[in-house]
Design a protein around this ligand. Structure first.
Ligand code: FES
Length: 218
């Protein structure tokens, strides 16, 4: 009886506060205090993955892919596939092989293919890198240029002559005049069983007076 009197005596605001607290508690835990909080879009029972975690995984995946790409490039440089053209091997078209005493400029390999006759120090083929050993200018063949032959002193027509500082070379690329420190450099040349001529432009030997001796018979 005394208890009923106490409840009846509670002010109206206090009663409303208690009701409000109970309603809030039901909304937070509708199935009791042990119920899990479910995030919108989440399958119940699966763990929540934070946005930061997703970003971290993405960044590490990107770095891994970049490292793999760099590694692949490094391996490609260490073990390059076969190179053709200048720096690699050049197969000379049969029509570009000059007759004895002649020469052909092979632009793809940056060399002169010369076919030395006996008078020029041959017989045989020689690949002369057209880069002047002095300062690197391209050396042309000058068929009308006349210069004294150092062996006989007699005028001779037709020389390799550098347009930059006048270095002058014989048919075999042997230096006879000018500031070049040596004769024209030669590239490794081979002839297969079918007579096909191949030049390895990556295999260069410094020029010297024995250039003509390197000529290869065909
Ligand atoms: S670059 Fe050929 S002589 Fe100087």
């Amino acid at each position: 009886m005394a208890e009923e009197e106490t409840q009846e005596e509670q002010p109206a605001e206090a009663k409303e506060g208690v009701v409000e607290e109970k309603r809030a508690a039901r909304e937070i835990a509708p199935h009791g205090p042990s119920a899990a909080v479910v995030v919108a879009g989440q399958v119940p029972g699966t763990p929540i993955v934070s946005r930061r975690k997703v970003l971290q995984v993405g960044i590490f995946a990107g770095l891994g892919a970049a490292a793999a790409g760099i590694g692949a490039c490094g391996l490609a440089n260490l073990y390059p596939s076969e190179v053709s053209g200048f720096g690699g091997t050049v197969t000379v078209d049969p029509g570009d092989v000059p007759p004895p005493g002649g020469k052909t400029q092979i632009a793809s390999g940056r060399f002169w293919l010369v076919n030395l006759n006996a008078e020029q120090g041959g017989p045989g083929l020689l690949a002369l890198w057209w880069k002047c050993p002095h300062l690197g200018c391209t050396v042309p063949w000058r068929p009308t240029f006349v210069f004294p032959d150092p062996l006989t002193g007699a005028p001779k027509q037709g020389w390799f002559r550098c347009p930059c500082h006048g270095s002058t070379y014989t048919d075999a690329g042997v230096r006879v005049f000018g500031p070049a420190p040596r004769s024209m450099d030669t590239m490794a040349l081979s002839v297969d069983a079918n007579g096909r001529v191949t030049v390895d432009t990556g295999s260069v030997t410094n020029g010297s007076p024995d250039n003509a001796d390197r000529a290869l018979r065909i």
